[in-house]
Ligand binder design. Structure first.
Ligand SMILES: Nc1ncnc2c1ncn2[C@@H]1O[C@H](COP(=O)(O)OP(=O)(O)OP(=O)(O)O)[C@@H](O)[C@H]1O
Ligand SMILES: [Mg+2]
Length: 386
């Protein structure tokens, strides 16, 4: 059990440039050592919420009371470091007083050594993430706020991060779109929706099962409401039929009874029919509202539609026995690193290919070299390239 709350935020409201409300009156608490997975759709405001907790942004209303030290690791893809020419060492020294502690942690926890004279802008997404994580660990914070640290990490690095987080003594709030990873490291899920922040005790799988049972309950409530509406509509139809029949009967019998009695009977029948009509219409109205309110608002999972063409297979890329070399622009042979040797790659139209490999192995460099990009840090040499 987690004991003491080290962050208490209440009534948090955040608006984008006074035009779009991201969230309203959110309350959150982080307890000592708690492991929280923050999930929600793209653009729901997860990064914004982390920035608020890190006090990098100010909410429109509400307060955040913190009793522990916080370290916030931003979403690496949103950092604009690629244009920077600062060396890793300069950049590191500007962030941390003890750069050697950081490089030691990088080596111990992630088996990664960086060239300190390389420019920070040349680091791969995975290298940069590991560097940030090592900086975070060197600060020994009470609370670690991690925004999508799993995005660029390969499988080995993900396992290393999992181990790091499992033994980390402080509290963690982590945004990640990788369910299997969250399952291993969190004990609470915060789901950020446009209406509220929902808290679920347990890991990601437990959260999914809770969501599924909530969905099934909502589905049943909607089905019951629809049945009630149908029943109310049938009652209205029957009542109309009955009233019409009663009117016809009244006309038939009117000639055999005194006019004054027939008039009274007619008025009474009309009043009774009016009351019944009102009652049934009210029932239909209320059942219609119930159907609308129980309607399940599901968000469609984003899907990538790849255009299928009924075209003949066309050869697009053919690389036979080429090597991918880094740093060809520099004179130093030391920096002229061989990234991938003897590449055999054939791509035809309609192929779906996943490029997998360890961080820093050259996946992005390969793509840039194939495209022949001007700024490509590597090129394909020798072999046959078409
Ligand atoms: N400085 C800003 N100026 C204008 N709009 C912004 C700013 N920062 C964020 N937004 C907008 O706020 C919304 C929420 O952004 P945020 O980055 O918090 O979402 P997120 O849940 O982290 O999304 P993702 O899963 O894609 O990382 C987005 O629509 C984003 O475009
Ligand atoms: Mg984000």
């Amino acid at each position: 059990m987690h004991s003491k709350a080290i962050v208490n935020a209440s009534n948090l409201t955040y608006e984008l440039a006074n035009i779009r409300l991201l969230f309203k009156d959110i309350a959150v608490a982080i307890n000592e050592g708690q492991r929280i997975g923050l999930v929600g759709c793209n653009a729901s405001g997860k990064s914004t919420l982390l920035k608020l907790l890190a006090q990098e942004l100010t909410p429109k209303t509400g307060s955040i009371i913190t009793t522990g030290s916080i370290y916030y690791l931003p979403q690496v893809s949103t950092l604009n470091l690629s244009a920077s020419n600062d060396s890793v060492l300069d950049w590191l020294s500007s962030i941390s007083d003890e750069w050697w502690t950081v490089t030691n942690l990088l080596k111990d926890k992630f088996e990664t050594e960086l060239c300190l004279s390389a420019s920070i802008g040349s680091l791969s997404g995975g290298e940069l993430t590991k560097l940030w994580l090592a900086i975070a660990l060197s600060k020994q914070p009470d609370i670690l706020l991690l925004d999508e640290p799993t995005n660029h990490l390969d499988l080995i690095a993900l396992e290393q991060l999992q181990k790091v987080l499992q033994v980390f003594p402080g509290a963690i709030v982590i945004v990640s779109h990788k369910p299997f990873f969250l399952d291993q490291v969190v004990d609470t899920i915060w789901e950020l929706t446009p209406k509220a922040l929902l808290v679920y005790g347990g890991n990601y799988s437990f959260y999914r099962s809770q969501k599924e049972s909530e969905y099934q309950t909502a589905l049943r409530a909607h089905e019951v409401a629809r049945k009630k509406l149908k029943h109310a509509q049938t009652s209205v139809a029957q009542e109309q039929k009955r009233a019409a029949q009663s009117q016809r009967n009244g006309r038939l019998h009117a000639s055999s009874i005194p006019k004054i009695v027939a008039g009274a009977m007619k008025r009474k029948a009309e009043v009774t029919a009016g009351i019944a009509k009102q009652k049934h219409e009210a029932a239909v109205e209320s059942a219609t509202q119930k159907v609308a309110s129980t309607k399940i608002k599901t968000t469609k999972a984003a899907s990538i539609q790849l255009q299928e063409r009924s075209q003949k297979q066309k050869n697009l890329i053919d690389i036979q026995g080429a090597d991918l070399k880094l740093g060809y622009r520099t004179a130093s042979p030391k920096e002229n690193r061989l990234l991938i040797k003897n590449i055999q790659l054939h791509v035809s139209s309609g192929d779906r290919i996943a490029v997998a490999g360890a961080n820093g192995s050259g996946k992005s460099c390969l793509a840039k070299a194939i495209l022949g990009m001007k700024q490509s840090p590597a090129i394909l040499k020798s072999g046959e390239i078409a």
